[in-house]
Design a protein around this ligand. Sequence first.
Ligand code: FAD
Ligand code: 2HG
Ligand code: ZN
Length: 506
Amino acid sequence: MKQFLSRSSSLTTLQRRFAHLNILRNSSFATLTDKDITQFESLLGPNGILTGDAVEPHNSDWTKKYHGHSKLVLKPKTTEEVSAILRICDDKRLAIVPQGGNTGLVGGSQPVFDEIVLNFSRMNQIIDFDESYGIITCEAGCILQDLHTYLNAKGYLMPLDLGAKGSCQIGGNLATNAGGIHFIKYNSLHANCVGLEAVVPGGRVLDNITTLRKDNTGYDLKHLFIGAEGTLGAITKCAILCPPLPKFRHLCLVSCRSFEQVLKILRSAKHELSDILQAVEFMDGNAMETTLSQLNFKNPFESRLYPFYALVEVASNREGTETPDRLYELLGSADDLIIEGVVAQDETQLSHIWQIREEIASAYIKRGYTLKYDLSLAPEHFYKIVDDTRDVISRSPTFTANEKHSIAVTGYGHIGDGNVHLNVCIPGYDDHDLQDRLSGLVDGYVFEYVRKARGSVSAEHGVGLQKAQYLNYSKSENMIHYMKEIKRVFDPHGIMNPYKVLPDAK
Ligand code: FAD
Ligand code: 2HG
Ligand code: ZN
């Protein structure tokens, strides 16, 4: 028999507490053996498993915060293989974590201890495109960018667009119910996913792949898997409703003195441009400055920096000047709110401005350790929480003056959807003491603020490991009770993505 596991992978090393989260490995889970690995290898073939060093990239996350201890990655190619894996894992009580592109931001897609990673990268086939209804049917491991490219060539686009599109997979997007920059126009994946196939522990396949737009036959189970973050089962296929690709896009970037002015621009854009409005995004001065400097991007306003920025994009199929004229009209009527604005004159300028917005997250990760909060808040709280967090840090005796100086606090995000990304960043990744003091202060402050303001602790990134202990800040006791009941129905032994979302579900 092949030896796959190094001798150092003893249970005792895995059983230590997961830093700061007070989680113990669930002792009802089995520990992987060489015999198990041999069984999976004979099921999937030698290219269907990863062991040893090849597992390491799958143990860590994009934010450099979460590190698991898996010894095995499984890479099925078919739904039947996923079904066989989930039957074996359930029988043997082997815990498993589904993983798509591993771009999630809440520690949901990595193992916490020694869970097996179920990776979907080999399930990347586009199965069908229905040109009449604009519905794409594909496997869960398709990369979002590849779906855009495929659809664009046919005059359609994916309703979902986000900065990680080059790596994230549609299965991961569905599992997190990802939002992104076009949510304001095309709504959520709950709205656009018309069919779904999922496999649950024990191996049953729930085949709800369809291109029917309307199907009111009882409970719509697919919605349970959208946003479940892999805690109920594995998504293997989906059918997504895709809008026609608008032929003409126009984008402006404006700068403002106050956040209130940004809100006024948002209101006017919604009223005046509602039929052609494609995106309204927001960033503050710190986000702009950090992105330009960390990623060496050209400032659209030469060297001038401003406190607040808004991006407004319109799109239509009308040739001629009508669509851009309406954007210019909006800017004209908002003249007193805008310090300076630019309208992209060609595709290069348009993608440059979008790149600045979409790479803010990468810029902070490049700068250093970043606490990320993805919040839904009413307009009066949207930026207040950023100011207040800055204030709490500056008044805290926990930090030295130098440390305070090095901490960047920023707010940006999908203002059209009431979704702010509050990021708090310190340079580098080595100062673990400062990291702990910072999250010790800011986590409690931010989540308590959101609870009192009746916001959501997760607008679009999900709960994962990061927010599992704060679920009750946005969901009532009764709702959590039924979430746990649903979990028990699909996953009675709790093997699917344990410790995440509902950490104490039995
Ligand atoms: P992963 O990170 O691999 O997994 C995410 C979760 O889904 C995990 O809980 C995992 O267990 C589960 N999962 C993955 N695949 C499956 C499957 N087939 N079946 C069941 N469960 C599964 N998110 C937004 O909502 N909006 C944004 O604008 C946005 N921008 C981003 C920009 C950057 C630069 C980055 C790095 C991330 C961004 N994200 C954004 C977060 C992330 O990209 C999304 O959460 C994305 O949907 C995750 O997809 P993934 O394939 O990488 O999933
Ligand atoms: C975005 O909108 C992403 O850029 C990432 O959702 C946000 O990293 C973040 O906080
Ligand atoms: Zn976002």
